[in-house]
Write a protein of this length. Structure first.
Length: 346
């Protein structure tokens, strides 16, 4: 029987990421053979990971990595926010973003087949992490963005990495690009321009906005406040030349009815048309980056501000941890509580 020394245990831990007791047990079972012990731990790790496969992992971190003209943003999930702060988990997320930026995979399958520094695949690294950390660790998604030499990346992570953003700016510097990414993190646009919004989506969102106005009007009626008008349009895509011409004609009729001198109309109409545009593009403002009021200068939209500094947004990606994942109702916490109660003999 080979002697299981502390040095041998340490070597195995460095190779496998296993805990002290697990490493020592594996060496005992393999009579001190490091390679066999690593394989044994890998098999046990896969078994542990398989048992956790059905658990919902909706916490975690985003990772952002930029190299040259390529940037990657990834989302890796864990079951609890506590584990998302684990050093091993944080390092794994960073490494995942780096190998994906460098490997440029076309799918999750290709991404998981990439090799990390330990020599194992990214998929195996997640299995190992699941086994050693003690809860399900899963790779959810990634995005790659390319730029030209004349463009700049804006990389930004918010709230400890729960939100990760990459933007591509043309005609500006990295400071401006980062500011735009900060805006994206805060305001949650899903697309760049109104031209990317589906027609039916705009109609559905407009209906929701009007439903809220109707509810508000019921409350206003109870305190004798005048009703707010319902919105006819929600996106710039709906504001055709005929619609804009009619809006301007209505404004002129309003000014005439108010007795405003016609010679000053040209000073009033532009402001009222801007207000018409603002009131009737609320779907755009919620979902499209260029139509949103810029958080760094709330007198302008993002598009207008960038125009004023001769810059433009070319592309962006925004990941928020757990977005769209239906979380389980504290199953993991209940399991931990039950385990502790059993250990305490309660």
């Amino acid at each position: 029987m080979a002697e299981i020394t502390a040095k041998l245990v340490k070597e195995l831990r460095e190779k496998s990421g296993a805990g002290v007791m697990d490493a020592k047990k594996a060496l005992v079972e393999t009579d001190g053979d490091i390679d066999k012990a690593v394989e044994l731990l890998r098999e046990k790790g896969m078994a542990k990971a398989a048992k956790k496969a059905d658990r919902v992992a909706a916490e975690g971190l985003t990772g952002v990595f930029v190299e040259g003209n390529t940037a990657a943003v990834v989302e890796v999930n864990s079951e609890t926010d506590f584990v998302a702060k684990n050093d091993q988990f944080v390092a794994l997320v960073k490494e995942a973003a780096e190998v994906i930026a460098k490997g440029k995979p076309a799918s999750n399958e290709e991404a998981l087949a990439l090799t990390v520094a330990s020599g194992e695949t990214l998929e195996a690294a997640f299995v190992t992490a699941t086994a050693t950390i003690g809860e399900k660790i899963s790779f959810r998604r990634f995005a790659l963005i390319e730029k030209t030499d004349d463009q700049v990346f804006g990389a930004y992570q918010h709230n400890g990495g729960r939100i990760g953003v990459i933007s591509v700016i043309e005609g500006g510097d990295e400071a401006l690009a980062k500011q735009v990414s900060m805006h994206i993190a805060a305001m949650k646009p899903t697309v760049l321009s109104y031209t990317e919004l589906d027609e039916q989506f705009v109609k559905d969102e407009l209906a929701q906005l009007n439903h809220k106005i109707e509810q508000d009007n019921e409350s206003r009626a109870m305190v004798d406040k005048p009703a707010l008008p319902l919105l006819k349009y929600g996106s710039k895509a709906q504001l055709t030349e005929d619609v804009l011409a009619q809006a301007e004609a209505d404004i002129k009729a309003e000014l005439a009815a108010e007795g405003k001198p016609e010679k000053i109309w040209d000073k009033i109409i532009p402001g009222k048309m801007d207000r018409f545009m603002l009131d009737n593009t609320q779907v755009d403002q919620a979902y499209t980056l260029l139509s949103q009021v810029y958080i760094m200068d709330d007198s302008k939209t993002v598009e207008a501000y960038l125009d004023s500094v001769n810059a433009k947004v070319v592309d962006f990606k925004r990941f928020e941890v757990g977005d769209g994942i239906e979380k389980a109702s504290n199953d993991f916490e209940a399991e931990v509580a039950a385990t502790m109660a059993a250990a305490l003999g309660q």
